[in-house]
Structures are given as structure tokens and as C-alpha cells.
Design a protein around this ligand. Structure first.
Ligand code: SAM
Length: 925
């Protein structure tokens, strides 16, 4: 085979500096590090690192460009951090508030679209966060980097166009924020999947764009001259040759009534709409039936990879769309076309075509992948695209310049999904490129098989244009392949983490990436993949533990006092809980959870685990060294609890203002005293310590230690800032409270009664509609009367009217204005109203309530049946907490074992204590 690129001389740029060493040129730099990496690969201990991909040394070296990119754990990351990072210095002041992001921004940006990945967060959505949390030169990390958009964002901070800068600065100014410091940040990217990191590396490492464009054009031309004949067809004039754009293939079925042969495409076509009918009409007997009711016809073939007989669905070409010059035509395949196809089928399988079997996975066990027997990579390609893709791959690999070669493979990779049988035929689609179902392997009954040029010609131009506007700099990014749970970086070295982990069971990345990885001959090690996967026996709890290991590494490498943004999207409460528990157990403190309200275009803080149907953004921080050190010195005392609250309040925003023309002050959920208590309790529990005070004690003392405004708590300087804003914007938007369990029912009542102390008959009609809709399954919420009795106080008409009721009545009733608190008219109107007790009374009530809850917990302990189907969460939480405090881990475990799985998995507090109790008993501590 001719080497198309043999005439290309490798340009060398002159001396280059790399991690403190100077090399005569890029080639020398690369040779030096390739040699080091090759030696490292021989070390069995190195290959044992968690998440080490499966591939030979040669294959790993061929993908890598060390020290910047390795298709295995990057042994040079540590040097990168040492060389470019700033060591953690506790005396350097750093303070930021949590910043939320809109993950849907930038989905049409050409850079984002330059290479597709199963899920992607656009770089433009990430840029504001990086600008907010970091300064130029800081180190940003994304350990679940996928296609590497966080890296693009980090580098984009240095090359953002003037118009973008101006727009962002104006927006920040309107929010009262100072302009960001522009300039690229250093980035460390990591992913378990070599397909992902290869993409991330090519997005983030500089290359010669002109050399790439020229090489790309040559590649397509050369392939055309070698296999162009495979894509020729005779025009209907009988003499002109047309170039095939795509061929439509259809499965063949057999009629359930007459057993006649049915070509799916023909029997299902609606000529008027060009669409596909649900019912197929048999051309022989005219009977109508659904596809599923007919039998798929199979043909046998000898698999050259194994020399064994296999079967595959019988597929026939039904139409050809081709071009002559710019004109487009379509035709039914004729004998000549069939002869060409048969000739291609007879060719030996090309050497570059991967022949590996797909692993046993969820996607191959069910659905069309199973029924079509698509069980190996080469079964996913018809003979012609198999030849074409292998040739493109082989030629791209021959380019002598490693960086251009890598970009060519990045370019060719993008045709793999479309060239495979995953590409569905869309009769009404504008283009037949990228018509596969995203996030899953799915083989449709109709397949559009495009030519390589139909897929890639336009792509090459677009890539050229896109990358000309985006500048990357050598040494700005370091990319590694392995599990986040074992990052080769030292402690406290990273300045900010932005990350978008897998969301439970949504997407099987390793299984999907095998299609591309097989071509590289380096595939993901799926063992540490943090997903829910029945086939690999990973349930929600395994997912939580995998995530916990990953978050623990994040925690270790992040500098104290610094932030992590976690983007999350899943509608299962259990998965959401798993993330929350995993985060807090490793030591992160969550400071804000927001969701974008797509209709209003504003961010909402998320309070309830039921409301997780949107994309959520979690802002969490690693508490600064001072707090941890003081905790170690003083232990789990009340003072360390207040120390935590003090530190936590400092991290929270003082004010939050709604966007839009009509500004309102927003209630900051994380400043709610109960929420602060929960954060404090999680922190203590995670340190293996007992929570040093009860909720009522805590709530009572909060008032003495901190400043309360509108039901939120502040440090005094923050309260000053809040008051100032409150004067400018008097309107405050209340949180919408969902009642899903007893706790939220109490919160709802507290918020209602605070504004309006009311009688039972006034409360009842307002309360009933809110309690029904969102109730958690299996949760018992006590009757309204009991909730009021246990948590609030009713004025019985004797003694002075409590000030909470007095102020409501005197503002709302003219004739009651200015009356003394013991005036009989006022007392009569106040009688039977329920109100929110003041902190001291609340403490008494709280203690009484806790006793009652613990008493009820005894019944759960004594329960001898199989499962407690319905339970009161508040009882369970209080019981678990008390058991934890007395180190009675067996009670926690035995009650937990009697609960339905969802009850545990969907409640953060129960799950945390259960998990820790398990660890404690396993440890024998
Ligand atoms: C939601 S995707 C990230 C997509 C990315 N934000 C982008 O824009 O392309 C999650 C990634 O996590 C990776 N992953 C799963 N388990 C991992 C682990 N233990 N360590 C590192 N990466 C992992 C998957 O391979 C997948 O690429």
C-alpha cells in the first residue's frame, strides 16, 4: 500500500520546554517521554493501578503523547502538578461563594459539536464557573472528563473573544460582581475510558491545523482512489457513473399469515408521508401485522474471526441515493450494484477491522442487539463500510507526524457510529449522518449506509474552521486514563474541580465506548466504572461506594477551602441520595444545590429529593485546614459544632437575587437552621463522631450565636450586607415547599403558621391539597392534629395572647388594633389558634417529641415480620441517630434490614447512618 504522506516532512518547531526540561524539538520531547512510558508499562505494579485500560504496550503507546497524554494512568501528572501548580499555602486568602451554572448553554457552539460523546456539558456552560473560582494558572481538575469539555473551558478562559468577555463582565457587574481575571487555567483531565481521553487529548492539545486539514483532504482523496469503485453506481441513463451518497438496507421478514417474504422498508412505507407505518402490509396475502408479529429472516455465514458458523438478519439493499456532480438522484439497486456488493463481500476482512466480541452486558442481553445476534464489533459493520473504515483507519495511522496522526484518527473515529449498523435510516431526515440512537446500542430494521465522503467531507471543513478559532497552548493540559479513585497526584494540589459523573444507570459508557476503543485496541477496564449495572452486579449501593471512592480522591487532591462543582442529572431519588451521601461521607460540605428552571430561566435551590427531574448543580467545598485541625484538637464538643457552623456560614452567599426584570430576594435554603444542623451532623458523623447536641438545643442556641433574618442565619457582617440589599429589594420570594414526608409537612406548617397563626379549621383546607401529591411511597405522615400537637402550640384562650398571634391580629383587624395582650376581645379572637413556639418553648416541645418518636422506634425494633411496609421517617431518623450516639450499630442494621430498600436508599440520613454502621461492624470497631 502506498503511503500517501511519505512526502510530508515533519515540521519541527525548534527548542521546546517541557516540565522544566528543554528539548531540541517536539520530536525529541516525545521520544524521551515515550521511552519513559514504555519502561513504565513494563512494571507490573504500574499496570495494576485501578482502571488501567486493557491493551498491549504498543497499542497504549500508539495512542499516547506523553507527558501530556497517556492512554493509561499518567505517570507524569505528578510532575505536571509540581511544575505548574502552586503548593497549598494556608496563609493565602481565598474566599468564594457557590456559583451555579446553566448546563444547557452552548449546545450549538461548533467547538462543542466538533466531536460527539454520549453526554456532554458544553464548555461555554463551564467557563463562568472556572472564571469565578480560579485565577489564571490555577489547576482545574475533571476526573470524569468524557470528551474533555472542562479542559476546553479552562483554556478558553485565555482565548475568549472580546465580545464574550464584554457580555460576561456586564452580566457580572449587574450582579454586583467584580470582573474575572481572564487567562487560561491549567487543566488535568481523567477518564476511565481511553476513547474519552483520546478525544479529550485531541481537543486540548495544540496541533498544526493547516497540516491536519491538508492531510485530511489527502486521506479522503486517497481512499476515494483506492475504493471509490465500491461506491459507484450506474445512472438511469445507462452510461453515466454516479457516486453513492448512501444505500438504504432493509431487514427481510416472513409473513405470519402466508410465510411469504416481506422486505420491511417496502411493506412499511407510507408513500404520502414518506414515514414508516406501524402495521406492515404483506405484498403476497395483503394481511396487516406489526413488525414484532412477523419473523425476522436469518442467514448463516462463517465468521472468519472464529471460523464458526454464525447467523445474522438477512438484509437487502432497497435504494441508492447518489450524486452526479451536484445533482442528487435515487434508484433501486440493479444487478450491477448487487454484483459490486457481492464482490466486496468476498474480500477478506481487512486487518484493521476489530474482531472482538462484545462483553456480556445489559445492551446485548436484551432488545434488538440480542435478537439480531450483534455480538461482535465486526458484526456491526456491513462488508463495504468495514472495508472503508479499515482503510481510513490504516491510512490515518500511517501519517508520520504523531500529532497530525492523532487528529486524523480523532477525525476518522467520528464516522464509526454512522458507518455501523447502528445508523438508522430516516426517510424524512435531512441528512443520514449521526442517525443512531444516542446513549445505547440499537439496531434498527432499516439502515442507512453512507459513503465515507458523505460522512466526512463536511466534517473536515467544519473541524478546520472550528479549531482555527480556538487556541490551545503546549503544556496547558495533562490527560490521564484510569479511575478517579486512584489519581496519581499528591494531596492538596488542585485549585478547583468541575465534574460531571455518570448518573446511575442512564448510560453504560464502557460498553458503548468499546465500539471506538476496539479500533485503537485499547479498551476500558469496566470494573471501577461508577454506574448502576445489573449485569455487573452493581446496584445503587455499589454505585454509591464507587462514587464515594472517587469523591474521596477528589477530596484528597483538592486544596482545603476550595470548591467542587458536580453536575448531576437523574430522576431517581435513590441515585441522587447516593451522590449526596457519597459526597458528605468523604468530607465535602454541600453549600448549594440548584436546578435550572428552564421556563423562568432562573435557578432554583433544591430542597427536596423528589424534585430531581432536572439537571442539578451541587456546589461543595473542602473545609479549610483550620477547622479540621481544631476538630482534631478539641474533639466532638459543642464548641467544634459552632466552629463548623461559623466556617460553613462564611462559605454561603449573603444574598441571592432572582434574575429577570422584576428582582426579588431569594430565600437561601442552606441558611435555614435545620439545614445547617443537618450539614453539621453529617460532618460529625463522617468524622466518626457523635453529634454533640440535639436539634432543639441547636436551634435554640443558633439565635444566641448568629443573626436571624427572614428565617435564615447569618454572620454579623453578612447580615449587614443582607439588610442593605433588603432595603433596595423589599420583595422576598418564598421557597415553594413540597410536602413529601413528615419533616416537610412540619416545615410547611411552620412556614404557614409563622405568617398566619390559625385555627385547625383554617389550616385544614390549605394543608390537605399540598400533602397528597408528592408523598413518598411507604411513608406514614401523622394526622394534621398530631403534627400540630407535637410541634406547635395552641393558645387556649387563657393568659396573655402570645406575641406571634397578637401581631397578626393587630395588623389584620382594625378593631383589634392597639389593644393590650390581655384584652378579652383580643383573647377571644386569638383562642384556638396554633402558632410557632419561640426557641425556648420549641426546645421543650422538641424534647417531648423526641421521646415519643423513640418510643415508637421501639415498635420497629420489636417488629418480627418480614418487612415494615409503611413507616414514619422521623421515627426512623430519630431512632437511628440515638442508636448511633450509643454506638448501637446492630440496632441500626437490624431495623434497616426490615425496611424496603427504597426507604433506606431514598433518605440521605438513614442511608448515611446505615452505611457507617455497616462499616463499623465490619471493622470490628
Ligand atoms: C457524564 S460522562 C462525562 C461527560 C463529560 N462531561 C463531557 O462533556 O464529555 C461521565 C464519564 O465518567 C467516566 N467514568 C465512569 N466511571 C469512572 C471512574 N471510576 N473513573 C473515571 N471516569 C469514570 C465515563 O467513562 C464517562 O466518560
Amino acid at each position: 500500500m502506498t503511503n500517501l504522506f511519505s512526502s510530508t516532512t515533519q515540521k519541527d518547531s525548534g527548542p521546546v520546554e517541557c516540565l522544566g526540561q528543554t528539548f531540541p524539538g517536539e520530536q525529541a520531547r516525545r521520544e524521551h517521554y515515550i521511552k519513559l512510558l514504555a519502561e513504565k508499562l513494563k512494571d507490573p505494579a504500574f499496570r495494576k493501578i485501578e482502571g488501567f485500560p486493557q491493551g498491549t504496550d504498543e497499542a497504549i503507546l500508539a495512542m499516547s503523547d506523553p507527558p501530556y497524554y497517556t492512554a493509561c494512568p499518567n505517570p507524569f501528572l505528578e510532575d505536571f502538578v509540581r511544575h505548574y501548580g502552586k503548593p497549598y499555602d494556608p496563609s493565602v486568602k481565598y474566599s468564594r461563594e457557590p456559583q451555579t451554572i446553566d448546563v444547557s448553554v452552548g449546545k450549538t457552539d461548533p467547538l462543542y459539536k466538533a466531536h460527539s460523546y454520549h453526554t456532554k456539558v458544553p464548555h461555554l456552560a463551564i467557563v463562568p464557573s472556572i472564571l469565578h473560582y480560579t485565577e489564571p494558572g490555577d489547576i482545574v481538575l475533571d476526573g470524569f472528563c468524557g470528551s474533555g469539555m472542562t479542559g476546553v473551558a479552562a483554556q478558553w478562559c485565555g482565548s475568549a473573544p472580546a465580545a464574550y468577555r464584554h457580555e460576561l463582565e456586564t452580566e457580572w457587574k449587574n450582579q454586583g460582581k467584580a470582573a474575572p481575571k481572564w487567562g487560561a487555567r491549567r487543566i488535568i483531565l481523567n477518564d476511565l475510558s481511553p476513547a474519552a481521553t483520546f478525544m479529550a487529548a485531541n481537543y486540548n492539545m495544540p496541533f498544526d491545523i493547516e497540516a491536519f486539514s491538508t492531510a485530511g483532504q489527502k486521506l479522503l482523496k486517497e481512499v476515494a482512489s483506492e475504493i471509490g469503485w465500491m461506491y459507484e453506481t450506474l445512472h438511469t441513463d445507462g452510461k453515466t457513473k454516479g457516486q453513492i451518497a448512501y444505500t438504504v438496507w432493509s431487514e427481510v421478514l416472513s409473513c405470519s399469515s402466508c410465510t411469504g417474504v416481506i422486505v420491511f422498508t417496502e411493506a412499511s412505507r407510507n408513500d404520502e408521508t414518506q414515514g414508516v407505518e406501524d402495521l406492515l402490509t404483506c405484498p403476497h396475502c395483503g394481511s396487516k401485522a406489526k413488525k414484532e408479529q412477523m419473523d425476522l429472516t436469518f442467514e448463516s455465514f462463517l465468521d472468519p474471526a472464529t471460523n464458526s458458523a454464525e447467523k445474522r438478519p438477512k438484509r437487502v439493499p432497497v435504494s441508492i441515493v447518489y450524486k452526479i456532480g451536484k445533482a442528487k438522484f435515487s434508484k433501486k439497486p440493479d444487478d450491477e450494484d448487487r454484483r459490486t456488493l457481492a464482490k466486496i463481500s468476498d474480500l477478506p476482512l481487512p486487518a484493521d477491522l476489530p474482531l472482538n466480541r462484545l462483553p456480556d452486558c445489559q445492551m446485548t442481553r436484551v432488545g434488538r442487539m440480542r435478537t439480531t445476534n450483534t455480538s461482535a464489533i465486526h458484526f456491526m459493520f456491513l462488508p463495504r463500510p468495514a472495508q472503508a473504515m479499515a482503510l481510513l483507519w490504516r491510512k490515518a495511522k500511517l501519517h508520520p507526524d504523531p500529532r497530525t496522526r492523532s487528529m486524523l484518527l480523532f477525525f476518522v473515529e467520528q464516522a464509526l457510529w454512522t458507518a455501523s449498523l447502528l445508523n438508522r435510516y430516516r426517510p424524512t431526515g435531512f441528512s443520514q449522518v449521526n442517525q443512531f440512537l444516542t446513549g445505547v446500542f440499537y439496531i434498527a430494521s432499516q439502515h442507512a449506509e453512507p459513503s465515507p465522503w458523505y460522512i466526512l467531507d463536511g466534517k473536515l471543513d467544519r473541524l478546520g474552521k472550528t479549531f482555527r478559532t480556538f487556541q490551545t497552548t503546549p503544556g496547558q493540559a495533562a490527560i490521564s486514563t484510569g479511575s478517579v479513585s486512584s489519581l496519581p497526584i499528591s494531596n492538596s494540589t488542585v485549585d478547583y474541580i468541575f465534574t460531571d459523573p455518570p448518573f446511575g444507570e442512564n448510560i453504560y459508557y464502557a460498553d458503548l465506548n468499546i465500539l471506538v476503543e476496539s479500533w485503537h485496541r485499547v479498551v476500558t477496564d469496566a470494573k471501577p466504572e461508577a454506574i448502576v449495572d445489573r449485569v455487573r452486579q452493581k446496584g445503587v449501593s455499589e454505585y454509591q461506594h464507587l462514587m464515594q471512592k472517587c469523591f474521596a480522591e477528589y477530596f484528597r487532591v483538592l486544596k482545603p477551602g476550595r470548591w467542587m462543582t458536580v453536575v448531576f442529572s437523574n430522576s431517581r431519588a435513590a441515585v441522587w441520595n447516593a451522590i449526596q451521601v457519597a459526597l458528605q461521607q468523604v468530607g465535602f460540605v454541600v453549600a448549594e444545590v440548584t436546578a435550572l428552571d428552564k421556563v423562568q430561566g432562573s435557578f432554583q435551590q433544591v430542597t427536596s429529593t423528589n424534585a430531581v427531574k432536572q439537571d442539578l448543580v451541587i456546589s461543595a467545598y473542602k473545609p479549610n485546614g483550620g477547622l479540621e485541625d481544631r476538630f482534631i484538637r478539641t474533639g466532638a464538643t459543642a464548641e467544634s459544632a459552632w466552629d463548623f457552623v461559623q466556617t460553613h456560614l462564611k462559605q454561603l452567599p449573603a444574598v441571592k437575587v432572582s434574575g429577570g426584570d422584576f428582582q426579588e430576594l431569594l430565600h437561601i435554603v442552606e441558611r435555614d437552621p435545620r439545614r445547617i444542623y443537618d450539614r453539621m451532623a453529617s460532618w460529625f458523623i463522617r468524622h466518626g463522631a457523635m453529634v454533640p447536641m440535639s436539634t432543639p438545643e441547636f436551634l435554640a442556641e443558633m439565635h444566641q450565636r448568629f443573626v436571624e433574618r427572614d428565617g435564615m442565619f447569618f454572620l454579623s457582617d453578612q447580615a449587614v450586607e443582607y439588610d442593605k440589599k433588603r432595603q433596595q429589594i423589599p420583595q422576598i420570594r418564598e421557597m415553594e415547599l413540597f410536602v413529601s414526608d413528615e419533616r416537610s409537612a412540619i416545615d410547611w406548617l411552620a412556614s404557614f403558621l409563622k405568617k398566619r397563626p390559625s385555627t385547625y379549621s383554617e389550616i385544614h383546607p390549605e394543608y390537605i391539597p399540598v400533602v397528597g401529591a408528592a408523598k413518598k411511597k411507604g411513608e406514614v405522615i401523622p394526622e394534621l392534629g398530631q403534627l400540630l400537637d407535637d410541634n406547635f402550640i395552641q393558645y387556649d384562650g387563657n393568659g396573655v395572647v402570645p406575641s406571634q398571634i397578637h401581631s397578626l391580629l393587630s395588623t389584620n383587624f382594625k378593631d383589634l388594633r392597639g389593644l393590650e395582650k390581655d384584652d378579652p376581645r383580643l383573647m377571644a379572637k386569638a383562642k384556638d389558634r396554633w402558632y410557632v413556639p419561640d426557641p425556648n418553648k420549641a426546645q421543650d416541645l422538641g424534647k417531648k417529641r423526641e421521646k415519643a418518636l423513640l418510643k415508637e422506634f421501639e415498635t420497629y425494633k420489636a417488629f418480627t415480620g418480614r418487612k415494615i411496609k409503611e413507616s414514619r421517617l422521623e421515627v426512623l431518623r430519630t431512632g437511628f441517630r440515638a442508636a448511633w450516639a450509643s454506638k448501637d450499630y446492630t440496632t441500626i442494621i437490624s431495623v434497616a434490614n426490615k425496611l424496603p430498600e427504597e426507604t433506606l436508599q431514598e433518605d440521605e440520613k438513614l442511608l448515611t447512618l446505615y452505611d457507617l454502621a455497616l462499616t463499623r461492624t465490619e471493622d470490628g470497631s
